[in-house]
Design a protein around this ligand. Structure first.
Ligand SMILES: C[S@@+](CC[C@H](N)C(=O)[O-])C[C@H]1O[C@@H](n2cnc3c(N)ncnc32)[C@H](O)[C@@H]1O
Length: 275
C-alpha cells in the first residue's frame, strides 16, 4: 500500500469514528480488510482507496470503518465498576421520583457483555431497587456487533471470561456450542446504532453511563469532546464509568474522579461536594 493510500484510509476511519490509526498499523489494514478485498474482487488496498476516493460508496466506507474497530469485551470486565454499580443503583433508585425509570447506557457496547452484566446486576439486586424499572441501552458504531449483542448468543470462550458459573447457569441456556441469554434478561436491554462523534442529545439523560475501552482509540481533542458530551448527559448524582486505561484528567473539567474509586467519574460539582 502506498503512503497516500494509507493516509486516505486512516483519514476516512478517523473522520468517521475518531479511531486513530498510527503509521505502524499498515499490517492491521491488510489483515482486517483482506476478506472485504477478496469479496469485492479488489486487487489490494490501493485499489480500495482509489475506489473510495472516486465514488461516495457509503456501504463500503462504513464497512472499512467497522472492520477496523476492536471489539474485545467480556462479562463483568474489570469487576470493580460492577461492584460499584451494585452499591450505587439502590441509592439512585431511592432518590428518584415514583415511577421514574433508572437509565443505564452502555456506549460502545460491542457484542453486549457489558449491558448484559448490568442486566444481571439489576436482576440480582431485585427488591433492593424497590420495584424501580431499569432501562438498559446498548449502542455501538458497529452494526455487526449490535446484531451479535441483540442475538445474545455467546461462545464457550466468551462465557468463560468473567462470568461466574452460577450466573451462567442462572441466566443462560446452552444451545449446541452456544450459550444464549435467557429471554427475561434479553428483554431488559435495547440496542441501537450510535456513533460517539454524533450529537447524543436525542438519547436523553442517563443515571449511569459505561463508556469503557473506546476512548483509548481516539486522539485528545476527540476524547475531550466525547467526555464533554457524556458530562452533559449524566444525571447530577449519576456516574460515568471509564476503562482502566482511560481518564478525564487534562481532557475535561466537567467530570471528576469519584473519591477512592478507580474508573468512576462524577459531575465535577458533585465530586467537589463529596470531597
Ligand atoms: C474494545 S470495545 C469495548 C467494549 C466494551 N465497552 C468493553 O469495555 O468491554 C470498543 C467498541 O467501541 C466501538 N467504537 C469505536 N469507535 C466508536 C464510535 N466512534 N462510536 C461508537 N462506538 C465506537 C467499537 O465498535 C467497539 O465495539
Amino acid at each position: 500500500m502506498t503512503p497516500e493510500s494509507f493516509a486516505f484510509l486512516s483519514g476516512l476511519v478517523k473522520a468517521r469514528s475518531g479511531i486513530v490509526l498510527t503509521a505502524d498499523k499498515g499490517y492491521m489494514l491488510e489483515t482486517r480488510l483482506g476478506p472485504m478485498l477478496r469479496r469485492e474482487g479488489l486487487a489490494g488496498l490501493d485499489v480500495l482507496a482509489l475506489r473510495l476516493r472516486s465514488a461516495r460508496e457509503e456501504r463500503l466506507a462504513a464497512e472499512v470503518v467497522e472492520a477496523l474497530t476492536t471489539n474485545e469485551s467480556s462479562f463483568f470486565r474489570d469487576g470493580k465498576p460492577f461492584d460499584h454499580l451494585r452499591r450505587l443503583l439502590p441509592k439512585l433508585a431511592a432518590a428518584r421520583a415514583p415511577g421514574q425509570a433508572l437509565r443505564v447506557w452502555s456506549a460502545a457496547c460491542s457484542s453486549g457483555q457489558e449491558a448484559y452484566s448490568v442486566a444481571m446486576v439489576v436482576t440480582e439486586l431485585g427488591a433492593a431497587l424497590g420495584g424501580r424499572r431499569v432501562e438498559i441501552l446498548g449502542t455501538d458504531l458497529s452494526r455487526e456487533m449490535l446484531d451479535r449483542a441483540r442475538d445474545g448468543a455467546f461462545t464457550q470462550f466468551e462465557v468463560q471470561r468473567g462470568l461466574p458459573v452460577q450466573m451462567l447457569v442462572k441466566y443462560f441456556r446452552q444451545d449446541g456450542a452456544r450459550w444464549c441469554v435467557k429471554p427475561e434478561l434479553r428483554a431488559m436491554a435495547r440496542w441501537q446504532p450510535f456513533n460517539l462523534l454524533e450529537d447524543a442529545r436525542g438519547l436523553g439523560r442517563f443515571d449511569v453511563i459505561f463508556c469503557r475501552n473506546v476512548l483509548i482509540y481516539f486522539d485528545a481533542p476527540t476524547k475531550s469532546r466525547v467526555l464533554g458530551m457524556l458530562a452533559g448527559m449524566v444525571a447530577p448524582d449519576g456516574v460515568v464509568y471509564l476503562g482502566g486505561a482511560e481518564t478525564v484528567l487534562g481532557l475535561t473539567e466537567r467530570l471528576a474522579p469519584a473519591a477512592g474509586e478507580r474508573g468512576v467519574y462524577e459531575q465535577a460539582r458533585q465530586a467537589a461536594r463529596a470531597g
